[in-house]
Design a protein around this ligand. Structure first.
Ligand SMILES: [Zn+2]
Ligand SMILES: [Zn+2]
Length: 447
């Protein structure tokens, strides 16, 4: 048996580059995809064989928007526990946001995250650097040095960059290095509430975050960037107006991409009626009109990327009154079935199109060109899932250190069964350790 060779047989391959589903074998040698085709067993008689009968095989999923809380808030999530939750959700590459304590705003912090990720060993974790020092919005951070240290893009996520002058300089800087600005679009002077500004907020007596707070910042940034032409990405888009702005800019030829989260495709502000803080996130759950516009925008390609905005918080922090609790929910382990519910089971997208938006499209946005595909020579990252399996996320089975999700006990259809990182099995559903075990250590599963 050759440990450096893995042969996956009997899977239905979902190829998001050729837009094909095909029943073929897939051979990984030395961490790279060596061959895709029929009857590969004779080519590699000594390979380890993984029989994937009844399962789909996609390129390893990529999530370009997660929050791991290291450094500073390791009680919520560390890079290791976050990476472990990522592979349980089928993700082999994730990009973490810089709103840690302290913020990732210099090259030393970027190197720290990369070192911790390599030590954890489950999946690749690439950090975003902050746009401004301390994410304070006033002074540009060391963008060049962070870029050289391996920052995958730049964002002040948690807040938007409010000053047009600072944003202009940021766009000019990243343009020089062909970098990426990912913006949390929220005009702060219109914000300060805890849910969507609409009839439900009035009924519940809660302060609102209006749709226009998001739309104003997108419109402004698109205008600022018109002459600069930097690569600009809208994080967690959530309103019909925001979608229309992105669609218009695309049609005018601007370099703009956008991501959405599962909760903004499945839930409305009506979910806040019970004051359950697991429905509190930023941007907030919006109206049914906004949800429908976001779903349509994914279907027509305006929204080209699906992310999670995985945002772990400790129970005692979420156990507060609605207007005092922190924003955000976990999402890595439920992303695939929730996206399938919103887009595939509803007939809006095929599985291959869904996988495109969770693999090759985000890979292109962050310029990781060796992944998101099953082409020969690509990195040997593969996610196997049973598209029909019905299951529930439980507090016992979650691999995240935090439990702040509104999707516990929701029947989910589609389940990741194995995750392969560079030819190595880093998650196997049958052998997954129950909660509380081995939460700090290395990837210990399989080869
Ligand atoms: Zn954000
Ligand atoms: Zn975020």
């Amino acid at each position: 048996m050759n440990p450096d060779q893995l042969l996956i047989i009997n899977a239905r391959l979902l190829d998001p580059v050729a837009f094909k589903e095909r029943d073929e074998d897939l051979l990984i040698i030395d961490g790279r995809i060596a061959a895709v085709g029929a009857g590969l067993r004779t080519d590699a008689p000594n390979a380890r064989v993984l029989d994937a009968t009844g399962k789909c095989a996609a390129p390893g999923l990529l999530d370009i928007h997660v929050h791991f809380r290291e450094p500073g808030q390791e009680h919520k999530e560390t890079i290791a526990t976050g990476a472990r939750a990522a592979v349980a959700g089928g993700f082999t590459t994730v990009c973490c946001m810089p709103n840690t304590t302290p913020a990732l705003d210099n090259d030393t912090q970027i190197e720290f995250v990369l070192t911790q990720a390599a030590r954890a060993g489950f999946c690749d974790v690439y950090p975003f650097g902050a746009i401004t020092k301390g994410r304070a919005g006033t002074e540009l951070a060391e963008i060049m040095l962070m870029h050289e240290a391996g920052a995958i893009g730049f964002s002040d996520d948690g807040v938007g960059v409010a000053s047009p002058a600072v944003m202009t300089r940021a766009l000019q800087y990243v343009k020089m290095i062909d970098g990426l600005i990912s913006q949390h679009c929220e005009e702060p002077s219109l914000s300060g509430g805890s849910m969507h500004a609409g009839a439900a907020a009035l009924r519940l007596g809660l302060g609102g975050i209006p749709a226009v707070a998001e739309e104003l910042m997108i419109a402004r940034d698109l205008q600022l960037n018109q002459r600069i032409g930097a690569r600009y990405h809208v994080q967690h888009i959530s309103t019909a107006g925001a979608v229309a702005l992105v669609r218009q800019a695309r049609q005018a030829g601007q370099a703009v991409t956008a991501e959405v989260t599962p909760h903004h495709l499945l839930l409305t502000d009506a979910a806040c009626a019970g004051y359950d803080t697991n429905f509190k996130m930023n941007p907030p759950l919006r109206s049914a009109v906004d949800v429908a516009a976001c779903v349509d925008a994914v279907a027509d390609g305006t929204i080209d990327c699906l992310a999670t905005d995985h945002a772990p918080h400790a129970r005692e922090e979420k156990d507060m009154e609605f207007d005092k609790a922190p924003f955000g929910i976990t999402g890595l382990e439920t992303a695939l079935p929730l996206y399938a519910e919103a887009l595939v089971h509803s007939g809006k997208l095929s599985w291959v199109k869904l996988i495109e938006k969770m693999t090759v499209n985000p890979a292109r946005i962050v310029r990781l060109t060796d992944r998101g595909t099953l082409n020969r020579g690509a990195i040997g990252d593969v996610t196997l899932f049973d598209p029909h399996a019905v299951w529930k996320l439980t507090h016992e089975s979650t691999q995240s250190r935090s439990h702040n999700s509104p999707f516990y006990d929701r029947p989910l259809r589609g389940r990741v069964t194995q995750t392969i990182k560079a030819g190595r099995l880093v998650f196997n559903l049958e052998q997954a350790a129950p909660k509380g075990r081995d939460h700090s250590g290395k990837a210990a599963i399989g080869q």
